[in-house]
Ligand binder design. Structure first.
Ligand code: ADP
Length: 458
């Protein structure tokens, strides 16, 4: 089956509708004109006949029948249409007769009314009527030539039959041209869209300045391209960062093994090297797990099942776990919780992981002797958990980026602490899954606060 272009279909429908419209219009005009012309003829004939009837009714005198005959002859001689008039008296004799048309057939059996007669190859419209005077029936026939009217109608019909296809042809060609012009930007958009691939996603479609549907279509396309471009960019950045992060522990494992194996060594050295390899492997395992979690998060994991949880016991629990880390780093860790229970809609293990990530960071980035406080609070808008430390803080320029994947404020300062810059992006993802927000406040050199805010419905 051939597929017609929109242009061809538009033109076809337009032409069909125009043809139907023109035929209806032409037919209507033809009908009205021919009817009114015939009506005009019939009116004239009726008026002619009326003139004769008036003469008969006024001039009839039973004492002098000849008088009426003379009056009628006089009347028909005086009127221009008199040559096409025939009048017969009650005995059937012609008082007035016409030479132009053969009206002799007019007799009593011929009924009154309009008709058409042909004489000398010309057509005439006729009107027959009867006048009654003193019981006698006078037959009257008047006629008028049909030819001029028929010639006019013929000319009009010829004109219409030629004009209709011509108008249709011109209008269809115009319609095709207009639809071609209107749809030309669609072709341009198609061409441009075809040339865009994964390698040149930064290219954009030209937006026509018309502000119409096509301009909106191009803008929508451009918006979609921008989103695709940034998604692809993020993806390749993520892959590059992930490979980069994995390269370091793998390189460390390899060099440690190679160096150790270069010559015979005492068992203690082997033990040490294997210990280093185990530690690096563990770091790698953690990294791969984090990467996996984020990759699955991107792929749209099923929603976390949330339930009503009391925050205070959970926070106390997490603090107990963090206590071990804090003590090892010579930090003071405390929890500040309100007396009333505070409930949120949460997933227990996920929320614990989020708080542990924040605590872990607080411990990592707070020098010995510092303080960490985990505070639960609530107000009319919802409840919050905040982890505050008196650590090294985050410079203002870095603050907006700390939740980005693989972002580290200072690469050198925390490689030792083991962070790959994924902790806060995981924390943010968990918060979002709780319909909660997470924000960071910090002052370089004085400490930071990370606050998770659960809206009231949580
Ligand atoms: P990492 O695994 O490197 O800690 P995160 O995503 O958890 O990665 O944190 C991103 C960066 O934000 C960290 O590299 C660190 O520089 C900064 N950061 C996070 N938490 C704190 C904090 N409590 N104090 C100071 N800096 C912080």
């Amino acid at each position: 089956m051939t597929h017609w272009s929109i242009r061809a279909r538009l033109t076809m429908w337009y032409s069909l509708m125009l043809a139907a419209g023109l035929i209806l219009f032409g037919g209507g005009v033809w009908f009205i004109v021919s009817h009114s012309l015939m009506h005009a003829l019939d009116d004239t004939l009726a008026a002619q006949a009326q003139g004769v009837l008036t003469v008969i009714s006024t001039e009839f005198d039973p004492a002098h029948p000849q008088h009426l005959d003379e009056e009628l002859r006089e009347y028909t001689d005086a009127t221009p249409e008199g040559k096409l008039t025939e009048i017969r008296d009650p005995q059937g004799r012609a008082i007035v007769s016409s030479q132009t048309v053969a009206l002799a057939r007019t007799d009593a059996s011929l009924s009154d009314g309009f008709g058409v007669q042909t004489a000398n190859s010309a057509r005439y419209r006729t009107f027959t009527t009867t006048a009654v005077a003193a019981g006698g029936r006078y037959r009257i026939l008047v006629a008028t030539p049909l030819d001029p009217t028929e010639a006019t109608l013929h000319r009009a019909r010829t004109l219409m039959l030629w004009a209709l296809p011509a108008v249709l042809l011109i209008a269809s060609a115009g319609g095709y041209w207009i639809s071609r012009r209107a749809l030309a930007p669609v072709d341009a958009l198609t061409q441009a869209a075809r040339s865009i691939g994964i390698r040149n996603l930064s290219q954009r479609l030209a937006v026509p300045g018309s502000g119409d549907e096509l301009a909106r279509l191009a803008e929508t396309w451009n918006g979609m391209l921008a989103r695709l471009e940034s998604a692809v960019q993020r993806l390749s950045q993520f892959t590059a960062d992930a490979s980069h992060e994995l390269r370091t522990p793998i390189a460390l494992i390899r060099t440690t093994a190679e160096l150790t194996l270069r010559r015979e060594r005492p068992p203690e050295t082997y033990r040490q090297a294997l210990g280093q390899i185990a530690a690096e492997s563990e770091r790698m395992t953690r990294l791969v797990e984090d990467l996996l979690l984020l990759a699955r998060a991107d792929a749209g994991l099923p929603a976390l099942p949330l339930q009503r949880i009391e925050l205070t016991p959970l926070v106390r629990d997490v603090c107990q776990q963090g206590e071990v880390l804090a003590r090892a780093s010579h930090l003071e860790l405390s929890a500040e919780v309100p007396e009333q229970p505070v409930y949120v809609q949460a997933n227990d293990p996920a929320l614990r992981r989020l708080l542990l990530l924040l605590l872990d960071n607080a411990v990592k980035y707070t020098p010995a002797g510092g303080r960490i406080v985990v505070k639960v609070d609530y107000d009319s808008t919802g409840s919050t958990v905040a982890v505050t430390d008196t650590g090294i803080g985050i410079p203002d320029s870095a603050l907006p980026h700390v939740f980005e994947r693989f972002y580290r404020v200072d690469e050198s300062r925390n490689r030792d602490a083991g962070g790959a810059g994924l902790g806060l992006s995981i924390a943010k993802w968990i918060a979002e899954r709780h319909h909660a927000s997470i924000e960071a406040e910090s002052e370089s050199g004085r400490g930071s606060t990370f606050r998770v805010r659960f809206p009231l419905r949580s």
